[in-house]
Design a binder for this molecule. Sequence first.
Ligand SMILES: [Zn+2]
Length: 239
Amino acid sequence: MADRLEVLDEEWERGLAIVAHPDDVEYSAGTAVARWTSEGRHVAYVMVTRGEAGLGDDVPPAQAAAIREAEQVRSAEIVGVHEVVFLDHRDGMIEYGLPLRRDLAREIRRYRPELILGLNRHETWGGPSFNTADHRNVGLAVLDAVGDAANRWIHPELVDEGFEPWSGVQAVCFANSPRSTHAVDVTGFLDVGIASLRAHEAYLAHVGTDAEAWLRGGVEGTGPRIGVEHAVPFEVVRP
Ligand SMILES: [Zn+2]
């Protein structure tokens, strides 16, 4: 059996997911979000792009953005998330740098989360398959933006915009990381997680994912690592 994981501390009330694309949360941690919101925690999502490069050659970006934005909003609602922010960085071309850090720090100051949810920022998913630049750049920028959000002298224009510093982030949890350290019991929430992923109807049709097989395999493989039926793993980094 795979190594044990620690159970993620759940002494928090406000969570913020920050990911590159519509579908990034649903492919990984949607079942955990469903559990958290069912317990009364507030979770919001920030999408760095609208996923406009994700539907293939036949669907131009403007059309794809509208489809993917609507699918993301629906999938969030299914897991009890009613605020989805779309930033306007370009899908497939997200650049790590101060503009991205500033945009993420602004959302951290706006939502004032104790827990941030992200997606794997490493070069691979654990095997030979390469992780994309968008995921790597956003993951690194999330970590830096946590520090930026806490310091009024970094991106000082944010204070002028009315966003006071926020230093309350306790943990950044990266889903689908090859270096997972913790897990969340999601037993009983797989069905709603599958429904949330299936809301990405056009995207799943394009990439050919079987939502149930994908998510079931993940949670069944992780559950025993914390002694439960179903769990979602995270790599936890603390500021
Ligand atoms: Zn993605």
